[in-house]
Design a protein around this ligand. Structure first.
Ligand SMILES: C[S@@+](CC[C@H](N)C(=O)[O-])C[C@H]1O[C@@H](n2cnc3c(N)ncnc32)[C@H](O)[C@@H]1O
Length: 202
């Protein structure tokens, strides 16, 4: 999917991914001390704004300008515009203004393994030693009886593929795991599998 696809999706008043922080981002990262964070492919900024409200300096990097405008509007509405930076760029080649940062987050960047590996490496390279890398994706396992997210196996990471990507980077892997959850569909709540990766930068 290119930026035109995403801009068209974001071209509505509604926040399509809500304005509420992702539950895994909250669960895994809430205890971190305040610092600078980069939200790669951060979209409308639901996660970045949550960090900004907790005192972090935040930067959303995304190739969809419509998403970035909504992020900046949300940050202004929540009174944290002075801590919010937007950068329009492709995830596979970006320079973050807040680098080196204390935290790098990627939420649901469902792209093929090779560009994903490039994006993760680029993000890790813009984090400080000791910083946290955190990613969350619809998992490959979701294709078997799971709901939500894309159905193309090429853009669905697994524990093995993420471990492979992270193993080649200067990080210590803390966890790569599948989390079971539920997703609201027209037919009610259905099971959904999410893959999480958390690592500390060397
Ligand atoms: C499913 S949305 C998730 C947004 C946000 N992380 C969240 O959880 O609310 C995926 C985001 O990735 C962005 N994206 C997809 N491919 C990208 C790329 N190659 N470079 C930069 N952004 C990209 C899209 O514009 C979109 O905002």
């Amino acid at each position: 999917m290119d930026s035109a696809y995403w801009n068209e999706k974001y071209d509505t008043e509604e926040f399509i991914y809500t304005t509420t922080v992702n539950r895994f981002v909250k669960e895994y990262l809430e205890a971190l001390p305040t610092g600078k964070m980069i939200d790669l492919a951060g979209g409308e900024g639901r996660n970045a704004v949550w960090f900004a409200e907790r005192g972090w300096q935040v930067e959303v990097v995304d190739f969809a300008d419509k998403a970035l405008s909504k992020f900046l509007a949300l940050a202004a509405e929540r009174g944290v515009a002075d801590r919010a930076t937007a950068t329009i760029a492709d995830a596979t080649g970006f320079e973050a203004k807040l680098a080196p940062a204390d935290l790098g987050v990627i939420g649901y960047l469902q792209i093929a393994q090779e560009p994903l590996a490039t994006a993760i490496a680029g993000l890790v390279a813009q984090l400080k030693p000791g910083a946290t890398f955190f990613g969350v994706w619809h998992a490959l396992d979701n294709l078997e009886g799971g709901f939500g997210g894309p159905r193309d196996p090429a853009v669905l990471p697994s524990i093995a593929s993420l471990t492979d990507i992270l193993s080649g980077l200067p990080v210590v892997i803390e966890s790569v795991e599948i989390r079971d959850g539920q997703i609201q569909t027209k037919e009610g709540l259905k099971p959904s599998k999410t893959v999480i990766a958390k690592a500390l930068v060397n």
